[in-house]
Ligand binder design. Structure first.
Ligand code: CAO
Length: 431
């Protein structure tokens, strides 16, 4: 039976009274679940509100410039399913994608549009729905001038550009191969993505990427393309720290908090960031914004994909407090219940694969941060300082990726040495 339901603004984190900057639908339009309905823009983020279910738009309750908050009605949607009403107003069922994560909601899959400048595309001022449309039409956002407020690119700009023949055309096969040596700089003139009928070679099944995977893929792709990454590897000697950690876990057994190496690394990160403030910063045009707060994100592996919850004010928390909060945030992440404000405001990230394995890897910087620490599994090794006598030491592999626009190699090496020294002897935190 058909039923009309109010579609409301879902949980949008700390934001309220956010202006509606774009309305993508009109009465009579048919929408599918996840289709963008309106775009909101705060001073910090642009976010689309997606349809929680399919239906036909009956009426629109907002106009451009209206200020909305969580719970504000956006439109009335006629659905064919009465049960949809329950999910329509459930923020968890239809979370708005915050711009930090949704700068490109469309998966950053390589399209046939070989002449799209991915770096310029990533930096263009446009919301997630407009980016998605641009991908679909093969329009290079970097080439557009926006007609929205402050030069924002709106849907109509993309459509007009595509109609005017401005869509990026797929390069003829072999074009890149035939390009003169040294050509394609800036335009990243790549071969089109190979299109293969995999079923020709054996049985296959198609599995759509989860929403989180799509968002993180687009972000990781942008960060990888835009930031000149370098990774510096080192090791921390945790021979003394490990038995201390085990002992503290015994003493805290009754509290129910279990401390892994990660909370110690968070504290070591803060001590090191305080010594090297340009690592606790973000690029803003030609300036560096140094932050006098230390909110540390950690990569959490969840069934739906990678998420980065943030622990605020790590400098003011004890190791057990950090461990407890980390456990709670990791559980929320795994249950798909993290709120946008629990994933924002990070100043530095730690990605630990220590519970799994590996020796080194190259973590991708979590923009707009400028560095990330990757950690792998500790291992015993023989160490000698004179080449004659050897002792067994427990080594923790560290992989620091840094933005070469902001940081140079010497600073990165010093950062790693200090980080490792703090873990080797926590008393160094006092200096
Ligand atoms: N060396 C050796 N052992 C380690 C270790 C290290 N560096 N780090 C953790 N361990 C041990 C822990 O002590 C624990 O041992 P016990 O089971 O004997 O107590 C075990 O490994 C499992 O640890 P954990 O993973 O549960 O805990 P954590 O605090 O280290 O990590 C969390 C928590 C949420 C970060 C983790 O579960 C996770 O999701 N890791 C994956 C992150 C990821 O995917 N990163 C890649 C991002 S880049 O694509």
């Amino acid at each position: 039976m058909s039923k009309a339901i109010d579609i409301k603004v879902p949980d949008i984190g700390d934001f309220s009274d956010v202006p509606v900057i774009e309305i993508f639908v009109k009465p009579g339009d048919t929408v599918k679940a996840e289709d963008p309905l309106v775009s909101l823009e705060s001073d910090k983020a642009t976010m689309d509100v997606p349809a929680p279910c399919g239906g036909v738009v009956e009426s629109i309750a907002v106009k451009l410039g209206d200020k909305v908050s969580e719970g504000s009605v956006i439109l009335l949607l006629a659905t064919g399913d009465a049960t949809a009403a329950a999910t329509a107003t459930d923020p968890a069922a239809a979370p708005a994608a915050p711009a930090a994560a949704a700068a490109a909601t469309a998966p950053a899959q390589a399209t046939a549009s070989g002449s799209i400048d991915e770096a310029a595309f990533a930096l263009a001022y446009a919301g997630p729905a407009v980016r998605k449309l641009a991908r679909e039409l093969g329009v290079d956002l970097g080439k557009l001038k926006g007609s929205g407020d402050h030069g924002r690119i709106v849907r109509a700009d993309v459509e007009a550009f595509a109609k005017g023949g401005g869509a990026a055309a797929a390069p003829a096969a072999g074009k890149a191969a035939a390009a003169p040596a040294g050509g394609g700089v800036g335009g990243i003139d790549l071969l089109p993505w190979p299109k293969v009928d995999f079923a020709k070679f054996g049985p296959t099944e198609r599995k759509e990427l989860s929403r989180i995977k799509k968002i993180s893929a687009a972000n990781l792709h942008r960060n990888w393309v835009v930031i000149p990454h370098v990774t510096t590897h080192d090791e921390a000697d945790i021979t003394e720290l490990e038995p201390f950690r085990v002992q503290m876990n015994k003493e805290l057994e009754k509290s129910g908090v279990k401390i892994s190496m990660l909370p110690f690394m968070m504290k070591a990160a803060v001590a090191t960031l305080k010594k090297f403030p340009e690592f606790n910063a973000s690029l803003d045009g030609d300036a560096l914004v140094l932050k006098n707060y230390w909110h540390i994100g950690f990569a959490a592996d969840t069934p739906n994909g990678l998420m980065v919850p943030v622990i605020r004010d790590v400098d003011r928390k004890t190791v057990p407090e950090i461990a407890k909060e980390m456990g709670e945030l990791a559980k929320l992440a795994r249950d798909g219940k993290l709120k946008p404000d629990q994933m924002s405001g990070g100043t530095f990230t730690i990605s630990s694969l220590g519970g799994i394995g590996g020796i080194y890897f190259t973590p991708i910087i979590n923009a707009p941060e400028v560095a990330i620490m990757g950690v792998c599994k500790s291992y015993w090794k023989q160490h000698s300082s004179d080449g004659k006598t050897y002792t067994s030491r427990l080594a923790l592999p560290l992989s620091l990726s840094w933005d070469h626009r902001v940081i140079d190699g010497a600073a990165a090496a010093r950062f790693n040495v200090h980080f490792a020294n703090v873990l080797a002897d926590l008393r160094r935190m006092l200096f």
